[in-house]
Unconditional design. Structure first.
Length: 252
């Protein structure tokens, strides 16, 4: 769960450990002084930004050297052991985002922590408006298996942010009875027989060659490459998600 922090003043030396929240901080006008190797957005600041390792392999000594007055992390993205070590030395704000509503709440709460409440509220209102246009009553819900990894195949189950995005977008997650990120065998995929198989661009970078391979392997399903950032990043990148998914559905 997200934790609460009482800070004496607005933080100025922020370190972000999560790609989507790094991008959000820049958007709100509270740019971090350091970020992870995977915090690739905004693209124009990535090359020059200070890096403190990967999301699950943080360089704690480098983080200490920056003397942060706030560290922003996430329960799923970061490891418990490293977060607990950082919490013993610095103010650490953690998020736990498993649904679109969680994302809206996170944006507002983080905005308040970094002194950008109005900017965060404005973003939330804009997102709600855009997603309300996407979320429409739909009696026909095509089934989807959303894959995030190749060989072995791993998909997206329930209690995940991607699952909620799929559901709100009018799809039926064929793995909704599975928890989090289950392994999917060829036999299981054939049993599920989904209308679509979505191959995400992250964390495994599925390409056209993979799409062709899976299409031959599972000819009864339509295999589609999808932009993983627009299904899984829960900051201001969500501004692009409704239009993207709307166009995707028109193409299917």
């Amino acid at each position: 769960m997200e934790n609460s922090l009482e800070l004496n003043e607005t933080p100025k030396r922020i370190i972000s450990l999560v790609p989507s929240q790094t991008e959000l901080l820049y958007y709100l006008g509270a740019a971090p002084i350091a970020q992870t190797l995977f915090c690739i957005h905004p693209a124009d600041t990535f090359k020059s930004s200070a890096k403190i390792g990967g999301t699950k392999k943080l360089n704690l000594d480098k983080i200490r050297s920056y003397k942060p007055d706030l560290i922003v992390g996430n329960k799923e993205e970061n490891t418990k052991e490293q977060i607990e070590e950082l919490q013993s030395e610095f103010p650490v704000w953690m998020s736990d985002v498993n649904s679109l509503q969680d994302a809206f709440d996170m944006i507002v709460r983080l905005g308040a922590v970094v002194g950008k409440s109005q900017e965060a509220i404005n973003l939330k209102l804009t997102l709600e408006h855009r997603f309300n246009r996407l979320i429409t009553p739909n009696t026909s819900r095509p089934s989807v298996v959303y894959l995030i990894w190749n060989a072995p195949m791993y998909g997206v189950g329930s209690q995940t942010f991607i699952h909620d995005i799929l559901t709100k977008s009018g799809f039926h997650n064929a793995l909704e009875n599975e928890e989090r990120y289950p392994e999917v065998t060829e036999e299981k995929m054939n049993d599920l027989n989904p209308d679509y198989i979505f191959l995400s661009s992250e964390p495994f970078p599925f390409k056209e060659e993979h799409r062709k391979h899976y299409q031959q392997l599972f000819p009864k399903s339509k295999v589609v490459l999808v932009d993983g950032e627009l299904f899984s990043w829960y900051g201001n990148r969500l501004l692009e998600t409704p239009d993207y998914i709307g166009a995707l559905k028109d193409q299917l």
